[in-house]
Design a protein around this ligand. Sequence first.
Ligand code: PEP
Ligand code: MG
Length: 763
Amino acid sequence: MGWLKWFREIHKGDVGIAGGKGANLGELYNANFPIPPGFIVSADAYKEFISLLGIDKEINKKLEGLDVEDSDELDKVSEDIKELFMKADVPSNFVTIISNAYKNLQLDSGQLEGINHKALELVKAGRDLPFVAVRSSATAEDLPEASFAGQQSTFLNIKGSDNLIEAVKGCWASLFTPRAIYYREKNNFPHNKVAIAVIVQQMVDSIVSGVMFSVNPATSDESQIVIEGAFGLGESVVGGELSPNEYILDKQTGKLVDKKQSKQEWMYTRDYTTGKTVKKKIPQEKWYNEKLSADMLKLLWSLAVRVEKHYGCAQDMEWAFDRNRLYLVQSRPVTTLKKHEDVKEIEMPTGEPILTGLGASPGGASGPVKIILSPHELSNVKKGDVMVTKMTNPDMVPAMQRAVAIVTDEGGVTSHAAIVSREMGTPCIVGTEKATSVLHDGQIITVNGSKGEVYEGSVEVEPAQELEEPVEIIPTNIKVKVVIDLPDYAERAARQKPDGVGLLRLEGIIASGQKHPAQFMREGDYDGYVDLIADGIRKIAKVFEGKPVWVRTSDIRSDEFRNIKGGEQEPEEANPMMGWHGIRRSLDEPQILKAEFEAIKRVNDEGYDKVGVMLPQIISADEVKEAKKVYDEVGLNCEFGVMIETPGAALTIEKICDVGIDFISFGTNDLTQFTLGVDRNNSKVQKLYSEMHPAILREIAHVIKTCRAKGVKTSICGQAGSKPEMAKFLVKEGITSISASPDAVQTVRKVVAKEENEAQSEF
Ligand code: PEP
Ligand code: MG
């Protein structure tokens, strides 16, 4: 019977038995690469198990008529199927086969050669059982296994036959995670055509581990090998949870060409008392310790060269050193070379940068400088110029659209220039403090928006940063949406296949009309304002038809729109950030609010009926109540939410929910500045501006918890939603959706998918 196969019995063609990952491990094991010993509970075992116990029929029944778009129903069905597996009694012949193999695992490894008789007896008696990693390896007829990669569970540091059987069942059940079910439904792939093998492999007690590429994935340079390593278990590097050290070697000679040292404050390791995988702090004096000695690098180099030779193509490998030796844990061909927009090296003119600031929108561009010191000069910006100004305002957007790059004196990464540039895909540097004084009109410069550096001279670079379209949409329970303010860029954002628009700021549309909302009202042109807003929203809603689009009512600071018609009549405020804008202003001028609600209603009535509305700068439940009256008056009936941008809102969330709202959305750009008292636009204090500050995380956690209890959906639309570390935190806290800037949608989707996946495995 083919229920169990040792690695030595498996070769690369055995995908149907061992799944893709398992077949590869067998191949490498047989080619004498240092693979930790192990065996495979085959796909046939899985098939036999489900048919023997009738689980297959039960599964079919549960999946029949399932609406995968209903995430509650999907979760419930997935949970029920998991229970079918976990509650099932594994037939005793299965148990015997698996546990015997487990007990013999070390014997198969050949590692016990020369071991004394007594130790051998101990192993056989099961008294010194090994720790194993239990990994899923899915297989599907007619479908490349790669499509399933990373969707199923892994269990590390498993010890004892009973725990092993549970882990195997856990892997089997993970063929039916909500994500896996969703994925197959969306790809019209029959659920009964997939099976799953389980890899049981001796754990490597990693001292240092990581990944390795036999080609430089950033530059595609085939003469180099790139090694990334960190202390402890490799999961931290593979999952991108921490920055590893990076070593670049010459493939021919093995010589170290370049090295990047990173700080490492923690690692994953096995807790010796519980046997579980834990996150352990590294003492401060060791944060910068060398991770790989020259000898270790040499071993890795030789391994990379040999594995590449074996397969005849560039490889992406996972490796680990324990106290004694180097292991290869996985190898797969490098199919798509990694393209990180943010870290991609952009060619720059030679020499030192002449100016630095905060990299606010990635990419590179060259062109002549055009310094803008007053709004009257905006028309001087010609197509292809690098626009240099103190700080941009919404009324500068048309000129910004003509620029190949933007450089500002002031601002942080949530400032207007940064937000709009990212949306347009224009390289941008903010907070240089002196761009308008050190650069001069007509000077040819090159801007590196990824690194925040300006160089003298020009190079041939692609002017606009075009985003790669996702090759595959990883289905996630938590929706990943996009932030979009400019109708002209909606198509570009939509190509990232977001699950909707989590924030549509009206300011972009207002700027395009070049007239202040208050001016429309002063002129008695209420309808003109409704038309302008409805036309803008419609353009975006059309592009995202069928998906929710949350429009925020206007939030215009008095210093932002001075240069459009009527803007000069805005009050001079000493501190506009904390002044008359957002809902407080809208309630003082309810005609403006009413017109915006009416515009949404019009678009919804036209059939784009997923447009919702949210209110900015809320500080109390009373404001929500008052705004709701206007909403009712207009007869608007759509998803209704509020932004959480102030501690006032975060700490009174319960009362706000009680007014009756459908959702909240964290505006972390403002929430951070108001919680920390750090001006988001002041470059002098940007070093203190951190959305990951514990106070903000506490506010977020509190709001999510309260909203969950009240049945209110939670989301984020501040720039922090584009950051992997924040996305990770939010998934753990149980947020309903995350909105990112267009360039970050794919990354965030991957982070969410990974977190959801891990939440289901017992890593
Ligand atoms: C925020 O404050 O996080 C937000 C999304 O709004 P804005 O950036 O427009 O202030
Ligand atoms: Mg805000």
